[in-house]
Design a protein around this ligand. Structure first.
Ligand code: SAH
Length: 215
């Protein structure tokens, strides 16, 4: 039997997001509109709306829906920003950001996943304002900088200086920082030339590789 995806999506938004205090109506409607199952390998689609991270191949995972929603909400996007998304993976997180803002540059280290993200975004009609590039996102993507917001979906040993440099002023960055098993999700703000940060929650992401990540 083919699952009723719309019902599953509505349940996800209600139980996993709204009940856990995701409030931004734009985030909730983006996640209600985007067919998350389309970003999953066919054989694993049934797990698309589970309250947990899931395998997307290449040893990588797509975040739990709540984490995607929280990170998007923390960026407080109004719809006009240019956003850098580090770690495209399946492309789902980029699709959510693309629904919330003007332009998204999504960077992925693994060529196979960059191709997959591109394909998933095209197939779901979400590719218009999103460019997927293949490269080391620990160094940001200077060609399109500065970014009004940056979202990093892999755990870093520290906040890469390149990302701080490429962040606009004012600008917001969300990034998991810590060791492999436990990270704090930091919300970094650049304003009036000053950098401040706070911890939003604890989390566990796959490691950020690359020059300014885990080598
Ligand atoms: N946001 C994704 C899931 C991210 S998983 C989604 O919605 O599906 C983390 C991703 O970061 C993986 O695909 C991994 O290959 C990628 N990654 C790790 N280090 C990276 C780096 N230095 N630059 C770009 N991508 C990186």
């Amino acid at each position: 039997m083919i699952p009723d995806w719309l019902t599953e999506r509505r349940d996800m938004v209600e139980r996993q997001l709204r009940r856990r205090r995701i409030r931004d109506p734009r985030v909730l409607s983006a996640m209600l509109a985007i067919p998350r199952e389309e970003f999953f390998p066919t054989e694993n689609r049934v797990s698309a709306y589970r309250d947990e991270p899931a395998q997307i191949g290449y040893g990588q995972t797509i975040s739990q829906p709540y984490m995607t929603a929280l990170m998007a909400e923390l960026l407080e996007l109004s719809g006009t920003e240019k956003v850098l998304d580090v770690g495209s993976g399946s492309g789902y997180h980029a699709a959510v950001l693309g629904a919330l803002t003007a332009r998204v540059i999504s960077i992925e280290l693994l060529p196979g996943l960059a191709a997959l993200a591109r394909q998933n975004l095209e197939k779901t009609g979400r590719a218009e304002n999103i460019s997927v590039v293949c490269g080391d996102g620990s160094e940001g993507y200077p060609d399109e900088s500065p970014y009004d917001a940056i979202s990093v979906a892999a755990g870093a040993p520290d906040i890469p200086s390149s990302l701080l440099e490429q962040l606009a002023d004012p600008g917001q960055l969300v990034i998991p920082v810590g060791d492999f098993d436990d990270q704090e999700l930091r919300v970094v703000t650049k304003s009036g030339g000053r950098i401040t940060w706070r911890i939003a929650t604890h989390c566990r992401f796959v490691p950020l590789r690359g020059h300014l990540g885990w080598r």
